[in-house]
Design a protein around this ligand. Structure first.
Ligand code: MRU
Length: 338
């Protein structure tokens, strides 16, 4: 099964908070259930929450009792507002909502016709995500040499997308081409996407993986154990890549050790009309830091910070792998100016 699917008026996905110990499927019938699942990180990863937002709007359209197009569009706008208030940093949900809303406005006919257009468009976006990731894999795998050890952060695999993955898709593509690749995966505090999800996916595929804590990155780099870094992105702005907290530290360390630092992301993650100081970095509940699987680990009353993402300036980025090819930060600037 894909990580998210539309099954006759139900959105079905894997509850990622339960992995790797249990494989539990979530079935959602209402847009607000999709929004809650995004908030609670039952599904996560920028491309996946983008498609989930599109499917959330598809649920609103599918169950709507509106007869006139204008009434359906109003309901879609209300659902879109709920989705926009979930996680502010990843670009993909905003991109997906805009695309569905535009398609709905342009559609002709009554509410039923428009609802069908919305459901079809959400399905198309899910299919496109898989094709896009395959292309990212194809382009990015050219940057991986036989025998490379690649360090990755967070989870950018099938579980962060509809299928295949972005940065993990690149590693997967190189592996499928018969290259010998091994992976060093950071555990990714505080939500442990690396330990729980990346290690799970790579192990399932038989790709050699070694798990490290986030604080071991400098050590493995200084011991020449890393050939390349591949990470994903939640939002790519003109001057920086915004990704899971800890990415910036990894990029600076890679720079210090002369290790190429690559970002793999679809163009739907790009927000080139903005710069990093305009981006909103999601602050999550400090309890994710003071507690470990609901068990308190810090003293009662201690203050904790919990920014979910950080900002890596373009000067640390060797290249960005997209479905359109491998772009340098310089190419990005030109893409924006065109
Ligand atoms: O908080 P998360 O787990 O949603 O964060 C995910 C990441 O930071 C990923 O690197 C990014 O979304 C790209 S996933 C292909």
């Amino acid at each position: 099964m894909r990580t998210i699917e539309w099954q006759d008026g139900l959105v079905v996905t894997i509850d990622q908070t339960k992995l790797p110990s249990e494989l539990v499927y979530l079935k959602m019938k209402k847009c607000h259930e999709v929004a809650s699942a995004i908030n609670d990180m039952k599904l996560r990863g920028a491309p996946l929450i983008g498609v989930a937002a599109a499917y959330g709007l598809a649920l609103t359209a599918y169950y709507s009792k509106a007869e006139r197009k204008e009434d359906l569009i109003n309901e879609i706008e209300q659902s879109a507002e709920i989705l926009r208030r979930t996680r502010p940093t990843a670009m993909n949900p905003f991109w997906a909502i805009n695309r569905i809303a535009r398609k709905a406005r342009e559609a002709s006919g009554d509410a039923k016709d428009v609802a069908k257009v919305i459901v079809d468009e959400a399905q198309r976006m899910a299919d496109e995500d898989v094709e896009t990731n395959r292309k990212i894999g194809e382009h990015g795998s050219k940057l991986i040499d036989d025998g490379d050890t690649v360090l990755t952060h967070c989870n950018t695999g099938s579980l962060a997308t509809v299928d295949y993955g972005t940065a993990l898709g690149v590693i997967r593509a190189a592996w499928e081409q018969g290259k010998t690749v091994s992976v060093i995966a950071t555990e990714t505090r505080p939500k442990l996407q690396g330990a729980r999800l990346t290690a799970y996916e790579l192990k399932r595929d038989g790709i050699p993986v070694t798990l490290i804590t986030d604080s071991m990155v400098g050590s493995v780099m200084s011991r020449q154990m890393v050939d390349k870094v591949f990470v994903g992105a939640d939002r790519i702005v003109r001057d920086a890549v915004i990704n899971k907290i800890g990415t910036y530290t990894i990029a600076v360390l890679a720079h210090e050790h002369g290790i190429p630092f690559y970002v793999a992301a679809p163009t739907s993650t790009m927000d080139l009309s903005h710069t990093s100081n305009e981006a909103v970095i999601e602050e999550r509940n400090p309890e994710e830091v003071t507690h470990f699987f609901s068990r308190r680990i810090a003293p009662e009353g201690v203050k904790a910070m919990n920014p979910a993402f950080d900002v890596t300036p373009m000067k640390y980025v060797s290249a960005i792998v997209t479905e359109k090819g491998v772009l340098s930060p310089e190419d990005l600037k030109q893409l924006h100016e065109v």
